[in-house]
Design a protein around this ligand. Structure first.
Ligand SMILES: [Zn+2]
Ligand SMILES: [Zn+2]
Length: 220
């Protein structure tokens, strides 16, 4: 079960310290499986000492090499609710450094998610009122659910408001399918308004214009 963002932020703000080096432990997202015995950690986060100068970490390389003949070390680790932690084997310096829980980014993600939910909930009623805002938001939110973004593109095409064109043109799409749908929505919106885009300056002009009034280019 995924932890709620409020819960994740609460953990990230808890202060725990390493008994070996006295540095504050980093709150990290736990890997899905316990390295070694294949069991889950029973927690989605763990507090880990990521100090490379921590004596436990710095001095364990040699011990592992001597005892087991392979390159590994230990970091001090504590699970939420535990009074004392324990050493956890790591294969390198960078293990866990990529999964530090950053409260600020969790906050941003949950804010984004709330906006997505709100836009998705308003999408159909806004479409009926010819309000492009939720549809446009979904089409431009790369992290939103693909199905809602597709529906957003359909709604934009159906509403036919020229105001959706600039924001789409100014957006760098990461999902090529959505980009394709957004471009086809633009074509439909232009057609519905008897407009076309000038191939030279991208300004919108009347379909029957022979010359672009913005840049002077001759048009077909
Ligand atoms: Zn330490
Ligand atoms: Zn032009």
């Amino acid at each position: 079960m995924a932890l709620g963002s409020a819960c994740l932020i609460k953990y990230a703000e808890e202060e725990h310290y390493c008994p070996h080096c006295k540095q504050r432990l980093s709150c990290c997202q736990a890997p899905p499986f316990h390295v070694g015995d294949g069991l889950g950690w029973g927690s989605e986060v763990m507090f880990v000492c990521l100090n490379d100068d921590c004596p436990l970490f710095a001095n364990s390389w040699q011990r592992f090499e001597e005892q087991y003949g392979h390159s590994a070390s230990c970091r001090y680790m504590k699970l939420p609710g535990e009074k004392t932690g324990s050493p956890m084997m790591v294969g390198g310096k960078d293990a866990f450094k990529g999964c530090i829980v950053d409260p600020e980014s969790v906050r941003l993600q949950s804010k984004r998610f709330a906006r997505e939910q709100e836009a998705a909930a308003r999408l159909e009623s806004a479409a009926a009122e010819k309000n492009i805002e939720p549809a446009l938001y979904l089409v431009l939110d790369e992290a939103a659910e693909v199905a809602s973004r597709k529906r957003g593109a359909e709604v934009l095409a159906a509403i036919g408001d020229l105001a959706c064109i600039d924001p789409i043109r100014n957006h760098k799409f990461m999902n090529t399918e959505i980009e394709f749908l957004a471009n086809s929505a633009i074509r439909q919106v232009l057609a519905a308004n008897y407009r076309k885009e000038c191939p030279a300056c991208s300004e919108i002009v009347k379909s029957q214009a022979k010359v672009c009034k913005h840049c002077g280019r001759e048009l077909e």
